[in-house]
Design a protein around this ligand. Structure first.
Ligand SMILES: *[C@@H]1O[C@H](CO)[C@@H](O)[C@H](O)[C@H]1NC(C)=O
Length: 421
């Protein structure tokens, strides 16, 4: 009797003490224990929930999200360095993902299966990686700080770029700008539009609980992508109602089913969409660029130095070939180098098509090497100087907007220096 009472009292004090503790301390203890014992301690879920509810961190402020990110990253790096294998890190990662993020179980499990080897490769091959660096890049939108960050610079030509005299020709041109088509081959009308994952309205999204949750025929404003019939209909409307002189196709043909991408299927759907556009508009020139969703895994654009399984050549070589239905052979070299190119559309007017997906903060390869990936910005500066000498006006196409909170600050900064020269 007495012993039981004492025991209960002790448990009571431990519980009270734990919950009075800073949730961050508990979370660090809990995750460390998770990695050591491979069993999630009971209090971890609540501590995480509490930390996320209590968080006052706003966008652009190094607060709770950054602190949590650094804790998790530090433990993962430590345990990997001590020899923990990909499978164990992946399994704990999946579980923590479902606790921390609201992207749903299916997305967490599938996306981590696709990406765990990349994460581990980066930890293994980047001996000076720090939690500060990882979080400052990945959670830039929360203003996470890396005090040891070393900025890099693009060599700009001396002087300032003169403004081009305006010479109105009296002619107009009409450009069809297509972007973020996100064609979903698995879209299913009347499927569940109200699911837990990042993408719904698919055969696998479950059965809708009520009629109001059913996916529409042409698409749905809930987290759903575009069915083929809507894309077809869109193109035929444009074709029948407008005169189109050229098409800017600025990326993200692939759907948001990020947990189930593959090189083969991404290639298949890219070709399917490009063929449809070519078939619709005939000889009208099309200027395509890459989106973050064309990569596999989604968002991952590794630098040229990365070879083998992780290399991005499969995509760059593929689009070099696919885009050649519209682009001259002079574009092949830079497309194969990094997915960017320039074309003189007519005397005095040039297009520069970028692969700005390298700057997207979801592109984890920025942690590995963020110095002007593919030498693209240096090339941009050089190409603009040539255009300047030839008195050309230029349109720059880009999928991730430079200056966006999710585009690497350093990349945006150098882009801006180039543009503002
Ligand atoms: C994964 O993607 C492929 C290609 O789109 C598709 O055939 C397959 O049904 C998908 N699997 C699931 C579970 O959605």
């Amino acid at each position: 009797m007495r012993v039981t009472f004492l025991l209960l009292l002790t448990i009571f004090f431990i519980v009270v003490q734990k919950s009075l503790c800073d949730p961050l301390v508990l979370i660090e203890e809990g995750i460390t224990e998770y990695f050591r014992t491979r069993t999630r301690p009971g209090y971890l879920e609540n501590s995480i929930r509490e930390a996320l509810i209590r968080t006052s961190s706003k966008l652009g402020e190094d607060g709770m999200h950054c602190a949590l990110c650094r804790i998790v990253t530090k433990i993962v790096i430590e345990y990997r360095r001590a020899g923990t294998n990909n499978e164990i890190i992946g399994d704990i990662g999946k579980d923590l993902c479902t606790l921390f993020a609201d992207i749903g179980y299916v997305t967490c499990v599938g996306y981590i299966d696709l990406t765990i080897d990349t994460f581990v490769f980066i930890i293994d091959n980047k001996p000076d990686i720090t939690p500060e660096r990882f979080c400052a890049i990945r959670l830039q939108e929360y203003g996470c700080v890396d005090p040891n960050y070393v900025p890099w610079r693009i060599d700009l030509p001396p002087g300032r770029s003169p403004s081009l005299p305006r010479r109105p020709s009296g002619q107009t041109t009409s450009v069809l700008h297509l972007t973020d088509i996100h064609y979903d081959p698995l879209y299913q009308p009347e499927s569940n539009a109200d699911c837990e994952d990042v993408l719904c309205c698919e055969i696998t999204s479950g059965i809708p609980k009520q009629a109001i949750h059913e996916a529409g025929f042409w698409g749905d404003y809930r987290p759903c992508d575009m069915p083929w019939q809507s894309f077809e209909n869109l193109l035929s409307q444009v074709k029948n109602k407008h005169r189109i002189d050229s098409v800017y196709l600025t990326g993200d043909i692939i759907s948001h089913q990020v947990w189930n991408t593959s090189k083969e299927y991404n290639q298949l759907y890219i070709t399917q969409v490009l063929e449809k556009i070519q078939h619709t508009f005939g000889t009208t020139p099309v200027y395509p660029i890459l989106g973050n969703h064309e990569a596999h895994p989604t968002d991952f654009y590794p630098p040229n130095s990365v070879e083998g399984d992780f290399s991005i050549s499969w995509l760059l070589d593929y689009v070099a070939e696919e885009w050649s239905r519209w682009l001259p052979t002079s574009t092949l070299t830079t497309i194969r180098q990094g997915g960017f190119y320039t074309v003189l559309v007519k005397p005095g007017f040039r297009i520069i098509a970028l692969n700005s997906n390298v700057c997207f903060t979801n592109n984890i390869w920025l942690v590995y090497d963020d110095v002007d990936p593919y030498n693209q910005l240096q090339w941009l500066s050089d190409t603009l100087l040539e255009a300047e000498k030839n008195q050309e006006a230029v349109h720059i196409l880009s999928h991730i907007p430079p200056g966006d909170i999710e585009c690497s600050q350093q990349w945006s900064h150098e882009f801006r220096r180039i543009i503002e020269r």
